[in-house]
Ligand binder design. Structure first.
Ligand code: SF4
Length: 339
C-alpha cells in the first residue's frame, strides 16, 4: 500500500504574446494526502488547475515549488526509479491515450514487461487476460487481439484502467475518466474504478467537474478555483453544506452531466469560454472576488484557510476563524445553496 502526500504544490507557466512575456500561476500551494482505500475528488471548472495537479503527480509536469512524496507502508520513501510502479494515471481521452497501431495485448504487455511483472511470453499472455477480465472485458483472448478502433469508448477506457493496474500501481490518478464517454456508460466505468479500489486498496485521486459523481465516489472533496483550493472536507459535508460562495454556485448547478449545463454554469459564474482564460497567480486577494456576490473590501487581501467543521475547511473572508458566517443568511451567498 502506498500513501501519496502532496505538499505546497505550485506551478507557474510563462505566456508569450508578441514581445510581451508574462507568467501566471496555474496551481498555487495545493496540499492533500491520498491514502489506501480512499478517494479524494478534485473538483473545479476548466482552468481551475486540477489537471495540472494531476500532470505533476504523474510527472508529466515539473512543479515550480512544493513536493510530491510517495511512501510505502514501512515508512520508506518511494524513489524516482520505482515511482511509476506505484503511481499511474488514467487520462480523459481513452482514444488519444492508446496507440491505434497496437493491439490491446501490446498496450498491456508493455508495462508488465517494463516493470518486471511477468516472466516469459506465456506468463505475460495469461496476465494480460487476467487484467482484461478484471475490467470486465471478455472474452479476454478476443479483446486482446483487437486494436483501439475496434472497441467502444467505454471498452477503451477499461483498457486504459487495466494498463494503469498492470505495473501494480497503488495510487491511481483518474483525470476526468468518464467525461468523454457516453452518459449511459459513465456509471459503469466509475463503478469499475470503485470496485478495483476496494479489491486492491488503491488510493485514488478523482478529477472531475461533476459534483454529483464526486460526492458519490469520493470520501473527501477539494474544490479548486483559479489554482487554489477554496474548500475541502468530507464529500457529503462539502456538497450538502457548502460554505464557499463558489462551491455554493457549483452545488446549485449540479448534477451537471451535459455540456449545456457547464455552459450555464460558466455563464452564472461570468467565466470566459473554456480554454480562454489566463489566471493571474500573483493576485494578492481572493481570486473569486470579481464574481463573488459577497465580496468585501477585506477580500482584496488573500483569505486564510479556516476550519468551519470537523475536517471541513474553507478559504474565505466570510468566516472569521470560528466557523461562523460573518454575514447574515440571505445576503446572496446562500441564494444558490441547495435545500
Ligand atoms: Fe467572496 Fe470575499 Fe469569500 Fe472571496 S473571500 S469568496 S470575495 S467573500
Amino acid at each position: 500500500m502506498t500513501t501519496l502526500e502532496v505538499r505546497g504544490l505550485t506551478k507557474d507557466f510563462s505566456l508569450r504574446s508578441g514581445l510581451r512575456q508574462s507568467r501566471f500561476r496555474a496551481v498555487d500551494d495545493v496540499s492533500f494526502t491520498l491514502t489506501p482505500g480512499r478517494t479524494v475528488a478534485l473538483v473545479g471548472e476548466s482552468g481551475s488547475g486540477k489537471s495540472t495537479v494531476a500532470r505533476m503527480i504523474a510527472r508529466l509536469e515539473r512543479p515550480t515549488a512544493g513536493e510530491i512524496v510517495a511512501t510505502r507502508p514501512d515508512g520508506t520513501r518511494v524513489g524516482d526509479r520505482d515511482y511509476r510502479d506505484h503511481v499511474q494515471m488514467v487520462f480523459q481521452d481513452p482514444f488519444a491515450s492508446l496507440n491505434p497501431f497496437h493491439t490491446v495485448e501490446h498496450h498491456l504487455a508493455r508495462p508488465l514487461k517494463l516493470h518486471g511483472r511477468t516472466k516469459g511470453r506465456e506468463d505475460t499472455r495469461r496476465t494480460v487476460e487476467q487484467l482484461l477480465e478484471r475490467v470486465n472485458l471478455t472474452p479476454a483472448a478476443d479483446i486482446a487481439r483487437r486494436r483501439p478502433h475496434e472497441l467502444s469508448g467505454g471498452q477503451r477506457q477499461r483498457v486504459a484502467i487495466a494498463r494503469a493496474l498492470a505495473p501494480g500501481a497503488r495510487v491511481v490518478v483518474a483525470d476526468e475518466p468518464v467525461s468523454m464517454l457516453d452518459v449511459s456508460i459513465r456509471l459503469g466505468v466509475l463503478n469499475l474504478l470503485a470496485r478495483l479500489q476496494r479489491e486492491d486498496d488503491l488510493a485514488v485521486l478523482y478529477i472531475t467537474h461533476d459534483l454529483a459523481t464526486a460526492r458519490h465516489f469520493s470520501d473527501e472533496i477539494l474544490v479548486m478555483y483559479r489554482g487554489r483550493v477554496v474548500e475541502r472536507g468530507p464529500a457529503d459535508e462539502v456538497i450538502l453544506n457548502p460554505r464557499h460562495p463558489y462551491t455554493r454556485i457549483l452545488a446549485a448547478a449540479a448534477p451537471d452531466p451535459e455540456a449545456r449545463d457547464r455552459d450555464r454554469l460558466r455563464e452564472a459564474l461570468g467565466l470566459e469560454p473554456a480554454g480562454g482564460s489566463t489566471l493571474p497567480g500573483d493576485d494578492p486577494g481572493c481570486a473569486f472576488r470579481d464574481r463573488c456576490p459577497s465580496a468585501m473590501e477585506i477580500c482584496a487581501r488573500r483569505p486564510e484557510d479556516v476550519a468551519v467543521g470537523p475536517d471541513h475547511h474553507v478559504t474565505c473572508r466570510l468566516y472569521p476563524g470560528d466557523g461562523r458566517d460573518a454575514r447574515p443568511a440571505g445576503d446572496g451567498t446562500t441564494a444558490g445553496r441547495p435545500a
